[in-house]
Design a protein around this ligand. Sequence first.
Ligand SMILES: Nc1ncnc2c1ncn2[C@@H]1O[C@H](COP(=O)(O)O)[C@@H](OP(=O)(O)O)[C@H]1O
Ligand SMILES: [Mg+2]
Length: 276
Amino acid sequence: MSSPPMIDGAFARWLASRAGQALLDLRTEMGFADAGALKSAGDKVSHDLIRTELAKWRPGDAVLSEEDEGSRLAWAAEVNTGALSRLNADRVWIVDPLDGTREFSEEGRSDWAVHVALWARNAPSPHGLIAGAVGLPAQDRVLGTDYPPAYPPMTVEAAAAGERKIRLAASRSRPPVFLTDLAEDVGAHLVPMGSAGAKIAAVVTGEVDAYIHAGGQYEWDSAAPIAVATATGLHASRIDGSALKYNEADPRLPDLLVCREDLATRLLAALQKHSG
Ligand SMILES: Nc1ncnc2c1ncn2[C@@H]1O[C@H](COP(=O)(O)O)[C@@H](OP(=O)(O)O)[C@H]1O
Ligand SMILES: [Mg+2]
């Protein structure tokens, strides 16, 4: 097999594509009769593939993957000394081998993703992400920072209509409790969808205008899609407007807002009112 691309952004795309193909193959092989078994196998197959390729092609870099043992624990010397390597590293791959595991196990659904992001200590942006790719295998596409998608277009109808109903993506299974009231307040309709990566990809492609999450998530759920969203020029922040930060000692990153720039002020004001 030929070597993967040298440039990190293209390498992230290559890796997300490889893992995505393995996940599609697994769905075909196993079928959907045993959702639990398919979910576990999906997490494992993708994690093992990504871990193996990173060890082979980027041996000097640290890795934070959802499927690593103890990944959810905040770093503390007495519980997980392994995490220290990523906190001292100059480059850390932040990986969610299968985001939207639940949707992956449901026949016909395409809202699940593979996330591969690279954080660097000397990055110019506050989030520290210098490359990323979001594989959407069942949509037959990969979004990446190597070829950042164009800023989502405003449709002719929407531009002509002036104010229009905001399309707001939210978790299918765990939407923030305040979201219905917020949506009513700003004139938005909710678009339920699985996977943080698929939802942020939907903002990037213009299928929705915004994605709001609160109540719990981890760095790997958003790192790669946030790398892509910010590379396109979209707004991305915590719901209080502060910067999203990655490779922190505590990997919990419980809330975020990703939206078109022209909606950010309005949605942050609504979040301040409703999420407190
Ligand atoms: N309250 C919560 N606490 C922890 N993780 C959460 C969460 N709500 C959503 N997530 C995680 O965020 C990802 C997208 O969730 P959703 O599809 O509900 O929007 C999922 O990742 P995984 O599928 O990788 O576990 C899910 O586990
Ligand atoms: Mg996830």
